[in-house]
Design a binder for this molecule. Structure first.
Ligand code: MEV
Length: 317
């Protein structure tokens, strides 16, 4: 059996994080250049258990030594169940990732997608995208509790999406490339906790929260139109409004707000936190000629890491 390598990209949520959990729409896009990679090589002639190596987290073990709740063990189980495999051939699996962990960039979903694709391809039955997406969702449920499914969906299909949970996926074609600067606060943001916090606060004050949720849903629909029609300034304004509402529902942090302010002061068209918040990353929309100014402003404002990315959709403009 030849070596199999699968990759899956990072993602950013452009609009609608958190409220997407409650059935409101959200827009997400893949970030190529940052990725999880799984490489599997056969160990011919050996009858040993699968060897798992993830050098970045200091993991080198055999499958039977991984706790059953470990995402890698869960991926093995889900793929075996889907393919009705009763045992794994001797193999060596190596997992690496350039996606910052617990930063809102979909590290866990990208790892899940890369694992599922590589494992199923290795045994000669590469799973189709809908099934990869479904299994990755089940892994996300272990990791995040009550995920909406947006992360595993945008990462599986690696295209910008307009996403409403339990509804068919709508792929988006923007009429211009989006130049984004991503500022990482360097503080870990645990999505599970951020989502649980919103749920608890909403239970105390449902009407107040639902008003904000509806407003985010509405601006997300307007932003979708602006993205499709190429109204870049309007996209930026909706980002600022989305961030304001995310502050109100309690998922920002002083570090995120400082980076958002710094980006806007340096001339970004819009900026907001992205993902679970309470740490993790923010994104700034820029004109390409202004990107280095915004990058510098984010570094000066204390960003631990800054990435410059371009989101392109398939249709040329
Ligand atoms: C995480 O990328 C986005 C959240 O809305 C959680 C989810 O949708 O599962 C915060």
């Amino acid at each position: 059996m030849p070596a199999i390598s699968s990759t899956a990209p990072a993602k950013v949520i452009l609009f609608g994080e958190h409220t997407v959990v409650y059935g409101y729409p959200a827009i997400a896009a893949p970030v190529t250049g940052l990725e999880a990679r799984v490489t599997i090589t056969a160990q011919p002639g050996r009858s040993t258990l699968p060897v798992i190596e993830a050098p970045q987290i200091g993991l080198k073990t055999t499958l039977d030594h991984l706790p059953s709740e470990h995402p890698i063990a869960l991926a093995f189980n889900l793929v075996a169940e889907a393919l009705k495999l009763d045992h794994w051939p001797a193999l060596h699996l190596r997992l690496t990732s350039s996606i910052p962990v617990a930063s809102g960039m979909g590290s866990s979903a990208a790892t899940a997608v890369a694992l599922i694709r590589a494992l199923s391809a290795f045994v000669g039955h590469p799973l189709p995208d809908p099934q990869v997406c479904e299994l990755a969702f089940r892994l996300e449920q272990h990791h995040h509790g009550t995920p909406s499914g947006i992360d595993n969906t945008v990462i599986t299909y690696a295209r910008p999406i307009f996403f409403i949970r339990d509804q068919p996926i709508e792929f988006l074609t923007f009429s211009m490339p989006l130049y984004l600067i991503i500022g990482d606060t360097g503080m870990k943001g645990l999505t599970r906790e951020a989502v649980a916090g919103v749920r608890q606060r909403r239970e105390q004050n449902p009407t107040w929260y639902d008003d904000r949720f509806r407003a985010i849903g509405e601006l997300t629909r307007r932003a979708k139109r602006a993205l499709i029609e190429g109204q870049i300034d309007e996209v930026g304004r909706w980002m600022v409004e989305n961030h304001r509402l995310l502050i109100e529902i309690g998922v920002s942090s002083p570090e995120l707000d400082r980076l958002v302010q710094a980006a806007l002061s340096a001339g970004a068209l819009g900026a907001k936190l992205s993902g679970g918040g309470q740490g993790g990353i923010m994104i700034a929309l820029v004109h390409p000629e202004n990107s280095s100014q915004v990058e510098q402003a984010l570094r000066r404002a204390g960003a631990a890491n800054v990435f410059s990315v371009v989101i392109r959709t398939t249709q040329a403009i």
